[in-house]
Design a protein around this ligand. Structure first.
Ligand code: NAD
Ligand code: TDX
Length: 354
């Protein structure tokens, strides 16, 4: 078991992506007593610039390793001897999983398997901690009513969510069979600084700033439960420190929104922040062909983590969205640095024929 306050060696996988980088930027300066090692393959979704503020810190190190390469994962364990692993690394974009599922099965399933095997080799039963960062999408779709709880049965719809469901099952199985202390969190949709502009909110912000069409899938009536990324990172840290091994915690913001309403609010904020006309911006909405297997609604019952661990989101949707728009407005150089040729190819592939 890990006791808070003790000097910990923490391996963070996927720390150059959206949520992982927010996690490291929050915790590395706050906890000089812990060592954070960031293992990341630096795929298209990663941006080392997101971690620029951590360079040179004595309690931070980066290793470029692909989780699919078991020998490289073992070597990282041998060198850094982590006591805690926080596992963010994944292929994370649903539309990409529909266009090409193979990397999702490789990274999310085989990569998680390799990580579990490395933990099993490095730790005696009962030693260490693997915290697996997962998604509410494993539960499938809700109708108009109800919430996902920790007891909701798994029913994933997309190759992405099926691969995350598989990784959750592997983590639980390695916990039960091999005695690895594991914790799983299943969180709703995140938004905030450093999110790759393929996901709904940053894509819409960028298109608004560039006066490009706003591609809304289907009728825009699908509902997501949005959580500011900083609140998710605090929730993960709370579970790392105080969650019970073997347990699952759902994390969400009690902030259900229809996609079209998210876009409408973004138009209003961008108009206020830039002096543009809100009506002109909303006129950019273009309804496009729906996502196959598009889950209608996600909504999280987060009462377990609130009740047992005292976590609560700090940001409202309105305050978090304004912070997010302001961050993108002030960080257009960061956006430019992630929009490589690969990014342009993706935009053409996903939206070209819709
Ligand atoms: P992201 O796509 O922004 O970042 C993923 C990171 O993982 C990147 O830095 C990438 O380089 C790295 N990576 C990918 N494949 C790798 C491999 N084979 N080996 C090593 N590193 C690899 O993802 P994100 O949005 O930050 O999501 C992080 C985690 O949180 C994922 O596990 C995701 O399923 C989960 N999650 C995300 C959300 C969300 O709304 N974004 C919500 C709930 C859960
Ligand atoms: O161009 C778009 N138009 C549109 O209408 C895009 C990119 C999305 N959408 C819709 C689809 C979804 O209903 O917006 C909603 C949100 O889409 P994404 O940002 O792609 O997120 P989602 O598919 O809900 O999955 C996200 O939340 C759960 C993350 O990408 C996952 O990694 C996380 O597990």
């Amino acid at each position: 078991m890990v006791s808070p306050g003790k000097n910990m060696k923490i391996l963070v996988t996927g720390g150059a992506g959206f949520i992982g980088a927010n996690f490291l930027n929050l915790l590395v300066p706050r906890h000089p007593e812990h060592l954070f090692v960031n293992l990341d393959a630096l795929t298209y979704a990663a941006n080392p610039r997101s971690l620029a503020g951590l360079e040179g810190r004595a309690n931070y190190a980066f290793v470029r390793v692909d989780l699919v390469d078991f020998e490289a994962v073992r070597a990282t364990f041998a060198k850094h001897q982590p006591e805690v692993v926080v596992h963010f690394a994944a292929e994370s974009h649903v539309d990409r999983s529909i266009a090409g599922p193979r990397p999702f099965l490789r990274t999310n399933i085989e990569g998680t398997f390799n990580l579990l095997e490395a933990c099993r080799e490095a730790w005696k039963p009962g030693q260490g901690l693997l915290h697996h960062v997962s998604t509410d999408e494993v539960y499938g779709s809700l109708g108009a009513e109800g919430l996902f709880t920790e007891e909701t049965k798994y029913d994933p719809s997309s190759p992405y969510s099926a691969s995350k469901a598989a990784s959750d099952h592997l983590v639980r199985a390695w916990g039960r069979t091999f005695g690895i202390p594991v914790k799983i969190t299943n969180c709703s949709n995140n938004y905030g600084p450093l999110q790759f502009p393929e996901k709904l909110i940053p894509l819409m912000i960028q298109n608004l700033l560039e006066r490009k069409p706003l591609p809304v899938y289907g009728k825009g009536e699908n509902v997501r439960d949005w959580l500011f990324v900083g609140d998710h990172c605090e929730a993960i840290w709370t579970v790392v420190l105080r969650g019970k091994p073997g347990e699952t915690y759902n994390i969400g913001g009690r902030s259900e929104q229809r996609n079209i309403d998210v876009v409408k609010q973004l138009c209003a904020i961008v108009a206020q922040e830039t002096g543009a006309s809100e009506t002109e911006l909303f006129g950019l909405v273009t309804y496009v062909k729906d996502r196959p297997g598009h889950d209608l609604r996600y909504a999280i019952d987060a009462s377990k983590i609130e009740r047992e661990l005292g976590w609560q989101p700090q940001e409202t949707f309105a305050s978090g969205m304004r912070k997010t728009v302001r961050w993108y407005l002030g960080n257009q150089d960061w956006v430019a640095s992630v929009r490589t040729g690969e990014y342009r190819k993706w935009i053409e592939q996903n939206y070209g024929s819709r």
